[in-house]
Design a protein around this ligand. Structure first.
Ligand SMILES: Cc1cc2nc3c(=O)[nH]c(=O)nc-3n(C[C@H](O)[C@H](O)[C@H](O)COP(=O)(O)OP(=O)(O)OC[C@H]3O[C@@H](n4cnc5c(N)ncnc54)[C@H](O)[C@@H]3O)c2cc1C
Length: 283
């Protein structure tokens, strides 16, 4: 979260509250959005992911073609782990549905956007009234939903029953500061492609934000410095002791993740069962 978050500011005779303000708002915490958030958060950009919990991947019965899982992985577990990786790297997550994104100059609410925010989003949540969030950059990674973009004049293309957001090949839309990732950008309908595209879009955004950035790499101590080179921005050198500590933590975390079958029931297409989330009964 940025320093601009939740400050009080004086406007005229009354006091207006400042809404939460981030560098990056990611709409959709599925495969592409969660991956994008890992990169933007690790680059030091205050990042929030708003997701209503319905990655299409949760309908998969067993994910067997994502690299790194030789015997496959439960797709619910995989999706949970993506979110955990995002929060661990510093991104905030909010359960909810983005219903509108508009420009700051069109803002007329009781709260005022902080810092150099360019966009304001309305988020519907189960717990409370609608929440407003402000951001400098927006990554749209909401699989098929584009309704919340109506006020921004983002180029959206109809393709039969689907709608896609046009991009420049690197994730930039026609609206400065708005990026698109994953299936919504009409990339191939595979999780690894969505993840890769989320990363690509995030790196484009990081470059556009003028954040000093070379590669998000972790290298052994001395890799750069023992050759008389500065550690480039985005990179980290770690000692062997630190490497071993991180490996131990990784082993413990993965053992915990894979200790038991995932409790979520299998989902299918919602039209096939009497359940709005498409959940099958356990039998
Ligand atoms: C039955 C099935 C099986 C599959 N099996 C495989 C497989 O074996 N291997 C494989 O590689 N791929 C598989 N896929 C495809 C894979 O799931 C997708 O390609 C991938 O999930 C696309 O990623 P994405 O980030 O674009 O969308 P998603 O992962 O769907 O993420 C989009 C997210 O945006 C959220 N969202 C949408 N609108 C809003 C909003 N307004 N506000 C907030 N959040 C919002 C959604 O809730 C969702 O969490 C399968 C798909 C299906 C349907």
């Amino acid at each position: 979260m940025t320093d601009d978050t939740v400050r009080q500011t004086t406007a005229g005779s009354g006091t207006r509250e400042e809404m939460d303000s981030y560098d990056v708002l990611v709409v959709g915490g599925g495969v592409a959005g969660s991956t994008a958030s890992v990169f933007t958060a690790r680059a030091g950009l205050g990042t929030v992911v708003v997701d209503d919990g319905e990655s299409i991947l949760r309908r998969n019965a067993h994910l067997e073609n994502f690299p790194g899982f030789p015997a496959g992985v439960n797709s619910n577990l995989f999706t949970d782990m993506l979110e955990a990786q995002s929060t661990r790297n510093g991104a905030d997550h909010l359960d909810g549905r983005v219903t509108e994104v508009r420009r700051v100059e069109d803002e007329a609410g009781e709260e005022t956007p902080g810092g150099d925010a360019r966009f304001v989003a309305t988020v519907a949540t189960d717990e409370s009234d609608d929440t407003e969030l402000a951001a400098r950059f927006v990554v749209v990674a909401s699989w098929a939903d584009v309704d919340y973009l109506d006020g921004l004049d983002v180029d959206v293309r109809d393709a039969g029953s689907k709608r896609y957001v046009d991009d420049d090949g690197l994730g930039r839309t026609n609206v400065d500061g708005v990026y698109v990732g994953g299936r919504l950008a009409e990339r191939y309908h595979q999780a690894i492609v969505a993840a890769g595209h989320g990363a690509e879009v995030a790196i484009t955004l990081i470059h556009d934000s003028e954040t000093p950035y070379y590669h998000d790499w972790v290298a052994p101590e001395g890799y750069f410095t023992d050759r008389g080179r500065e550690v480039p921005p985005g990179c980290e050198e770690i000692s062997e002791t630190e490497r071993q500590a991180r490996e131990r933590e990784s082993i413990a975390a993965m053992q915990e993740y894979f200790a038991e079958p995932h409790p979520e029931p299998q989902r299918t297409h919602p039209s096939l069962v009497d359940d709005e989330l498409g959940r099958l009964s356990d039998e």
